[in-house]
Ligand binder design. Structure first.
Ligand code: 5GP
Ligand code: MG
Ligand code: MG
Length: 178
């Protein structure tokens, strides 16, 4: 039985674990030739659960930093507004940066953050998302490492919220709409 407020389980815990391990292998392979540590940048807050698991599946020296941009507020409709509410502590100039997002929906947030990161002149920049909802894309985003492609539904759990709730669910579920 899913928790109250959740209509159904979309991605169960074991599928999440398999996906994270696969992404960890892909990322490890991709960067295996680099001689410097990777800078893994999580977009707060949605990516923090995924990022915590992902970094333990990456077998490379790395550091973690976070950035927060405001997008959806507490609702499920995008305001279109975007501002940096918490910036990185470290410089990414001339470093290998992996940006980590919870979900790419319209692509607005990620493409904005990618542009901003590029302007800081990293040596390389790649992007990873746990979930991808391509049916709603309005801004094109080149995703280097993609977890699971999902249909157009509002999902919660494994870090993703509705009005800051449900982030602690160990699975990804579809929110009840009533
Ligand atoms: P985008 O800018 O790509 O439309 O949206 C990105 C942000 O919107 C995500 O990082 C996430 O915070 C939020 N978002 C988009 N779709 C969903 C969803 O299905 N569930 C939740 N909880 N957040 C979503
Ligand atoms: Mg997000
Ligand atoms: Mg949110």
């Amino acid at each position: 039985m899913p928790d109250a407020g959740i209509d159904r389980v979309l991605i169960a815990e074991d599928e999440i674990a398999r996906t994270v391990r696969r992404l960890g292998r892909e990322i490890t392979t991709c960067y295996s030739g680099i001689d410097r540590e990777l800078v893994v940048v999580g977009l707060l807050r949605g990516s923090f659960v995924f990022l915590a698991d992902l970094i333990r599946a990456i077998r490379l020296p790395l550091v973690v930093d976070f950035i927060s941009v405001s997008t959806y507020g507490d609702g499920i409709v995008s305001s279109g507004e975007l501002k940096v509410t918490l910036d990185l502590e470290q410089s990414v100039e001339d470093r290998d940066v992996l940006l980590v997002e919870d979900i790419v929906d319209t692509g607005h947030t990620f493409s904005h953050v990618i542009r901003m990161m590029r302007s800081r002149r990293p040596r390389s920049l790649k992007v990873c998302t746990f979930l991808d909802k391509p049916s709603r894309r309005t801004c094109e985003v080149d995703i280097d490492f993609c977890g699971i492609t999902i249909p157009d539904a509002f999902v919660c759990g494994y870090g993703l919220d509705f009005a800051q709730r449900y982030r602690n669910l160990p699975y990804v579920g579809v929110l009840k709409t009533d």
